[in-house]
Design a protein around this ligand. Sequence first.
Ligand code: PMP
Length: 437
Amino acid sequence: GPKTQEDLERSIQFESMARGGGRFPLVFAEGRGATVKDPDGNIYIDITAGVAVNSVGRCNPRVVTAMKAQMDTLMHASDISNVKRSQLGEVIAGIMPGSLKNNCITYFTQGGSGAVETAIKFVRKITGRSQIVAFHGAYHGVWCGSNSLTTGDQYRKGYGPFIPGVIHLPYPYCYRCCFGLKYPDCNLQCAQYVDYVLNTPYTGADDVGALIIEAQQGEGGYLPPPPGYLSIVKKACEKHGALYISDEVQAGAGRTGKMWCIEHSDVEPDMITWGKGMGGDVPMAGLSIRKDLAEHIEDHSQPNTFAGNAVNAVACMTNIEILTENDHALIKRAGTVGEEILTYLQKEAESIDIIGDVRGRGFMIGIEMVKDKESREPLENDKVVSMIMAMLGKGLVMVPCGRFGNVFRFMPSLIITRNHARISADILLETAREIQN
Ligand code: PMP
């Protein structure tokens, strides 16, 4: 509509979003729950949840009420603590998995990139080692350190040199296994390879302080690792004496049916980076590290002016309350409804030649588009764009990810109704059938 057009023009003229974020032909004016409205009044189902952010729905009334009350009380405190910030630290410690539970210190940041930057610095200081292992397809942020861990031409070409000591190893991408193998006959060759690189002489990985990995890869294509993979990787870290960092920025906050995605495995990470869905509608992120590791970090060595803002801390705590109340009911529901949608999409996709693979857990489902099932070649970019436009025309906001930009991601707010979830799946399937013909 005309108002959207006007706003898009302004965006392109004056700010980075239309450029940095891609020229997506939509502008948000209002948001409620799992839906958004553009300036012309058109309402859409937002299956992206602001890229895995609005975990308890946009403008959740409970969050808004709590924030408003805090706005009248205290907002900013900077390098002096504030009541809400310290309370949030305690709440975060209480929901951490494994050995971090009630045994961690949290360093707040304004976004996931900042959390990863902090992790990189701390690993060096704590371990005295210089190398970090990351994975093919990884996305950990866009600042100098985190960008060095991130893969993808658009993030890397022309932005180097990157920080030294980063080693990238293959992430399990079963649909396109780089070893040409098939689970479970593969015997988890990809995990064995991580162990081989870390624990064999002359591989060059002789001074690794930490390994950072997404428990389900996000931007790289919504890839859940095969069962058992992460355990082998963790053991390889222990053998080498390297720390294990679980980047839960995208897969955490209940998205995959557990509070933390790593909880689908038996791995106890040493550090967790979190963000996105934890803040819900506002910037709130952080790095949580085991207490004994925090002993190595000097006081006042990591100031951050706006981190731990009291209003955002209240938003985050209210989010966590909604996510975890009634024995994690909302998170469990995401697991159940996600499983239903996954099964449905997989079944329907059997008869659609341009859907190659449907995978994921909870509300983190990837639908990989291909030219045809036989060749598995990624669907051409112009066809992906046509699908996005067609879905938008049918009232569905959908953004892709993946190394070839051909993976649609089903990642709604956890509060989405079954009905809206199913309608969204049907719009995707119908659009795929149309594009194929
Ligand atoms: N880590 C992961 C796994 C992410 O998905 C992202 C964002 N896509 C980041 C880190 C960076 O977070 P932010 O954009 O908040 O800096």
